[in-house]
Design a protein around this ligand. Structure first.
Ligand SMILES: [Zn+2]
Length: 380
């Protein structure tokens, strides 16, 4: 190869490398930051970025509340760099969903403590520290109160910073969207509203999981709307309407527009109707404590997966560590609906002639899975 050709190639390669370096050197876009006090900030995420983020800065480090979607990590880091150069030492996740935990692994790898409510153990989300009902942290002289709930998820955390008068709700309250109370139902959602109202005054900044910064009056408005919504859907159900017809009802559309304040979304509306029915309006039978507790125990599927059936606070739950958590609602003494699930999935328990539960079948949308009850594992 002649020198001329070599030089040409080297030049081309250099130009390519320069172009690559220039692309890499463009700083990541940053997001709007609300300065709440001299040590506390809120990063307001856009719709596609995942969660809003809290940033509590001390003399030695940073405590983050939620870390957006994985793809938003560079933007989160670039935005953090406009606030502080201190390292992130603590992350509190309001729950385990991927749009709130996207950069958790990144910060954990750098040594940060990752804190979630203890039911996170029944998901595959990473954590380093958990708590059950409440946890009080002190960070840079600031008090951070954590309260656990089952509402949007089984591991919801409401976070209160009393000195800065701020509450983070996670997805137990989203601004510009309807409640998504599919794990804890109306009862769990009401418990979150009650706590938020008890902690807040008219000046409290309410930071939703998604959407614009809010005040307690916005939360109370949503709460009133949810009460009316459930009554409305119940009335349509009692009138024998299909969920398709319920979704097209003019009053349903008016509720949807009030909840979301955005362009109508017929598919989203229909899904909210279906999930409301599947969460709050199933035709359940009432079973005694003894009937429910006779089903408790550990069950083994043929593929080696286990499921634990447990009775807590009068409710039956199916769960498996690192995998799965659902409330079971009785449709008969042996057939159970998975609360909030719209696919018609069922747990059916097999009871022997002696009244002892021998096993169960999980009826999925396409397959059935049989499990036998593990011996010597009845709690009674
Ligand atoms: Zn979310």
């Amino acid at each position: 190869m002649g020198n001329k050709m070599k030089n040409l190639l080297a030049g081309l390669l250099g130009a390519l490398m320069f172009a690559y370096a220039s692309v890499k050197a463009v700083p990541a876009a940053t997001l709007p930051v609300h300065k709440i006090s001299d040590h506390f900030y809120v990063i307001e995420a856009r719709e596609d970025d995942g969660s809003n983020v809290g940033v509590l800065v001390s003399g030695t480090g940073v405590l983050l509340i939620d870390t957006m979607l994985p793809d938003a990590k560079d933007m989160l880091l670039a935005t953090l760099a406009t606030i502080t150069d201190k390292p992130v030492t603590h992350v509190i996740s309001t729950h385990g969903d991927g749009d709130h935990t996207g950069a958790n692994t990144h910060f954990q790898n750098l040594g940060a403590e990752i804190i979630l409510q203890a039911n996170v153990a029944y998901s595959n989300v990473l954590y380093t520290r958990t708590y059950e009902d409440t946890l009080t942290l002190t960070f840079g002289g600031q008090t951070v109160m954590l309260y656990g709930f089952k509402s949007h998820s089984f591991e919801d955390t409401l976070i209160h910073l009393p000195q800065d008068n701020v509450i983070f709700t996670g997805d137990a309250y989203n601004e510009g969207w309807h409640p998504s109370f599919y794990s804890g139902g109306y009862e769990g959602q009401s418990a979150v509203y009650d706590k938020t109202e008890a902690l807040a005054d008219p000046k409290t900044l309410i930071v939703p999981g998604h959407g614009k910064l809010s005040r307690i009056e916005d939360v109370i408005h949503q709460r009133t709307l949810l009460d009316d919504w459930i009554n409305h859907i119940k009335a349509l159900k009692d009138a024998g309407q299909s969920y398709e017809a319920m979704a097209e009802d003019p009053q349903t559309i008016a509720f949807w527009n009030d909840f979301t304040r955005s362009a109508d979304n017929p598919r989203g509306r229909e899904m909210f109707v279906r999930r409301t029915l599947a969460t709050e309006l199933m035709d359940m039978v009432s079973l005694s404590h003894d009937q429910l507790s006779a089903l408790e125990g550990r069950y083994l599927y043929t593929d080696g997966v286990r499921v634990e059936i447990a009775l807590e606070d009068g409710k039956l739950f199916a769960r498996n560590k690192g995998d799965f958590f659902s409330e079971l609602q009785p449709l008969s003494p042996s057939i159970f609906h998975l609360r909030g699930w719209v696919g018609g999935q069922r747990f059916i328990f097999d009871t022997g002639k002696d009244g002892k539960t021998m096993g169960l079948t999980f009826v999925g949308t396409s397959n059935n899975y049989k499990a036998r009850r593990l011996k010597n594992d009845s709690p009674h």
